[in-house]
Design a protein around this ligand. Structure first.
Ligand code: DGJ
Length: 722
């Protein structure tokens, strides 16, 4: 619900549990007034007078200074010396932008963001959008701040559109959202960090004076940081305390952080990384920032995550795969790597059929001269030595076994040893006169170019059109460096990183719309590009190349801060694990993979009878429980970052079924008794688990006993409300 108090010029944006407020100050300046628990009454008229007078501050607004006022969208070059939301340089060399309030409009629903992924609403959703118009009258630069209020989902989606009606200007920073917090004392900053095979660990640190920032500069969202931060009370826990989440619907370079000043006021920000970003706007041109999704929770991190899960699962993911059960795949990678032919794949599929796998995915190595990772990327046609009968034949053979057929691509890359590169070296990103550093013997195709995008659309279409391919794994295995585009003039080279992402989104939009029955899975050396932008096109992501059950507990737990388990592809793989050599029980590997999108990545023909039986049972159980894992609410009871075991609770939408997953990373022989307190149950109802029944209040207050007495205990307890 959006209400404008015209007397006091205050906008109130309210969801079921939250309110976000802005005020027009002195008829000119748009201020941030409040964000937190839902308000039922207006702010006190003297809310702003609470700010203390500061000697030496530049007083450009009566007794107030823009440097201390909580601003909604601040500008570089002004008297506000904190980190700015918007920066521009003008033809006369000046770089001071002064935005003043012009007006507003409230529209029903939520307009799409042109060329960019974004949350959306459907008929019947309670969603309204407020668009606030600000302008710099000297330079003719107009800014439209957009706030879509998802009333029932407790989220606000923000973005900014910059329209230049003046002389040529260069935009050198344009965050999607900034929020100024006053009285920002004893807060902490949380973000998700890591590297290849250890993605999205949770980092929590005190907010201290100065700027604390996480960023990506490698052309994609990356494994090192995720485009998400949360600001929280020092004592916030999983189920208590104020938490403010910022998540960016973008897959390229980003920056997010907090700038704490000397008077307990702090500015949180999220958006495109200003480094290597410079966007030229001629008269009449505009720039649309990506969308930032803001979630406030008074119920700690659990409340924040559940809001993100529901929004991203139901109003970011699209297409028929959003709601239907997805596929249980066998992926060939860890079984064959680069050594296989068409018969190997048919044999793998035959074995997979025996345990109930429904989709056979042929990973890397099937095309052109690709027998190692040093050649072939860019040449999207079958390797005639490996697949002499062709992809059509292979897909048919797999189909005859009762399985779907899926295929791996890495469309954004090219090996210098490829026909494509030999023909079009100018199609790779490069800086003139410089060598491009190869990573994994490959360089990046310049997706900022329309011709490159069309070539990739055509290449992939020709494959998807001539074989019955029902699943695509879209991989991307290098960070960008020495970035430049041969197609853009010198003054527009600062646009390449962003134009690359726009090109990528164009290709993904075209292909996913053209092939709505193909399930697309995103991958970037595992979870190197696990972000909301990708989820808009592809509803699931290969969470990590690390499929070890113990490491996956942490990776999936960290990922779940923002992303639902329905978006996490998780496979049962062989032991010793190929990434880090650990041996874990087969049952634990199955149990840890099950809440995600279950799949397998091992040679089923080499499994023992016992493992085959367990695999069959796992798939059957998964099919029975997947709705609870994927559509229910997640309660994180015990963190694997804090204890030697992990406990997760999934509550079905109708609250009748509850699954408790307990997995031990490391055991302690003769260790202490633990009592895991469950959540969100009906205290007065009884729940059946096996042949026992318990009251909800018992499970929540006394708890479920667990003794972490040996390595890798794995329990999955199913409680049904009677
Ligand atoms: C990286 C992916 O994460 C793996 O699963 C696999 O597809 C390889 N690329 C293939 O090159």
């Amino acid at each position: 619900m959006i209400v404008f108090d015209s007397e006091n010029k205050i906008f109130y944006l309210s969801t079921n549990n939250t309110t976000y407020a802005m005020a027009v100050f002195g008829e000119k300046l748009l201020l941030h007034a409040y964000w937190g628990k839902r308000l039922s009454h207006p702010l006190s008229p003297d809310w702003l007078d609470t700010l203390e007078f500061r000697p030496l501050a530049p007083l450009d607004f009566g007794r107030f200074s823009t440097d201390m006022l909580p601003q909604e969208y601040s500008t570089f070059g002004s008297a506000d010396l904190r980190i700015a939301a918007l920066g521009a340089e003008y033809g006369d060399g000046s770089y001071y932008t002064r935005l003043e309030y012009v007006g507003f409009e409230i529209v029903e629903g939520k307009p799409a963001l042109e060329g960019l992924p974004a949350t959306y609403c459907e008929e019947g959703d309670k969603v309204e959008t407020l668009v606030i118009h600000l302008a710099d009258s000297l330079h003719g630069l107009h800014v439209y701040l957009s706030y879509s209020v998802f009333e029932e989902l407790d989220a606000i989606a923000r973005s900014a559109k910059i329209v230049n009606l003046g002389e040529r200007a260069e935009i050198n920073r344009a965050f999607s959202a900034t929020v100024d917090f006053i009285g920002c004392e004893d807060r902490e900053l949380v973000h998700l960090d890591g590297a290849w095979v250890r993605e999205r660990s949770i980092t929590r640190r005190a907010v201290v004076p100065g700027i604390q920032s996480i960023e990506s500069r490698n052309g994609c969202s990356g494994a090192v940081h995720n485009p998400f931060i949360a600001l929280c009370d020092k004592n916030a826990t999983e189920n208590s305390g104020n938490v403010y989440g910022f998540s960016l619907v973008y897959s390229g370079n980003f920056s997010a952080g907090i700038d704490l000043g000397p008077f307990n006021s702090a500015r949180a920000y999220i958006g495109i990384n200003p480094q290597n970003f410079n966007f030229v706007l001629e008269n009449g041109e505009s720039f649309q920032t990506p969308e930032a999704v803001l979630v406030y929770s008074a119920e700690g991190f659990g409340g924040m995550s559940r809001a993100y899960h529901k929004l991203y699962r139901t109003r970011l993911c699209r297409g028929k795969f959003r709601d239907i059960p997805r596929y249980v795949v066998l992926n060939s990678w860890e079984t064959t790597y680069f050594t296989f032919d068409e018969n190997t794949i048919v044999d793998l599929a035959r074995d997979a059929a025996k345990i109930g796998v429904d989709t056979m995915v042929l990973d890397d190595g099937w095309f052109s001269t690709r027998t190692t990772d040093r050649a072939g990327l860019g040449d999207w046609w079958e390797n005639p030595d490996r697949l002499p009968s062709g992809l059509g034949w292979l897909a048919d053979e797999v189909n005859k076994l009762g399985l779907r057929f899926g295929l791996w691509f890495e469309p954004e890359m090219v090996n210098p040893d490829s026909e494509l590169y030999r023909k079009h070296p100018e199609w790779a990103l490069r800086t003139p006169g410089r060598e491009t550093t190869p990573t994994r013997s490959q360089v990046t195709l310049d997706f900022s170019r329309q011709d490159v995008c069309e070539y990739i659309i055509d290449s992939l279409s020709s494959i998807l059109d001539r074989a019955n391919i029902e699943y695509v794994k879209w991989d991307m295995n290098r960070y960008m460096s020495e970035v430049g585009s041969a197609a853009l003039p010198a003054e527009r080279q600062g646009e390449v990183y962003h134009r690359y992402i726009l090109g990528l989104y164009y290709v993904l939009e075209t292909l996913t719309q053209k092939y709505p029955d193909v399930l697309f899975e995103s991958c970037s050396s595992g979870g190197g590009r696990f972000d909301p932008g990708m989820l808009y096109y592809m509803p699931q992501v290969w969470t990590s190349d690390n499929s070890d059950a113990v490491d996956r507990l942490r990776i999936q737990y960290g990922t779940s801060m923002v992303y639902p388990y329905s978006s996490m592809s998780a496979h049962v793989s062989v032991c010793p694990n190929h990434t880090q050599g650990r041996i874990t029980p087969f049952e634990m590997r199955c149990n840890v993979a099950m809440p995600g999108q279950l799949g397998f990545e091992l040679n089923i023909g080499k499994c023992s009878e016992e493992e085959l039986e367990l695999s069959k049972k796992t798939i059957a159980k998964y099919r029975e429980l997947e709705d609870v894992f994927h559509k229910g609410d997640l309660y994180r009871l015990v963190s694997p970052f804090e204890k030697d075991y992990c406990a997760l609770e999934f509550v079905s939408e109708d609250k009748k079924r509850v699954i408790l997953c307990i997995d031990s990373q490391r055991g302690l022989f003769n260790g202490p008794d633990q009592y895991i307190k469950m959540e969100a149950l009906d205290p007065d109802a009884q729940y059946r688990c096996g042949d026992k029944t318990y009251f909800g209040e018992y499970l929540m207050n006394f708890g479920v006993h667990f003794c972490n007495k040996r390595e890798h205990i794995s329990e999955m307890l199913i409680f049904d409300k009677i």
